[in-house]
Design a protein. Sequence first.
Length: 255
Amino acid sequence: MITDSYDQDIEGAEDHMTFSVSNWTVVRHQNVVVDRASFELADGESLALLGTMGSGKSSLLLSLASLIPITSGDIEPRIYPHNVGFMFQESSLFPWLTIEDNVRLGFNKRFLSKPVVAKELSKLLSDLGLEKIKERYPNQVSAGQRQIAAIARIMAKKPQYLFLDEPTSRLDRESSETTWKALLELKKTQKQTVLLATHSLTESLLLADQIGLMTEGHLTIMMKNPLTLFNRNTQNEAFFSAYRELQSKIKQVKS
């Protein structure tokens, strides 16, 4: 569990609106890829954008992070790239650096002293279960461990927003579960507002507070997650019930 300098108080997060997005539209190559998307998130909340490939969920993430231009829409407050920790499908670790040195890069723009960086780096590696593999290179660890190292590098930046674009879509089940566990632990202790693009109902229910469906550029907010943060376990009946509820709501939206 993340503690000390990584601890953030998440109590009362619902009382403070982090940002509001309205009529967000993105046109690329004369095609409308995001069509008037609107949603609101409270401080520390997470939203899953559930959809198939080509539904517009990745374009929504990229445009909100100011990484691609928008056509129209309003956002409050505006999000700048340096405030976003953006995790793509690939871990994007540098193959010539060890796991530890890859994670260390996340501290570069925080202008901390070397002793502080060393202390925070050691704790972050330990908390995310990377301590034993810190001297290995990316090609010497599993895909799930590479994703966790990428997460650690992002969290070292202490971003205000965390955008996850299909973080487990190329992983096997075991590696996916390892990554979900790490992200869930971070969510229990961090205050970042999180946007998650995914095609996985399981991932949505594990990591998101609100779940929306992206279809052909349209966003429909379907439900608040009925599972409490500390009750998100794929092995209990409450999870199965929430899964069935989500399936039912998807069918209603598509019908």
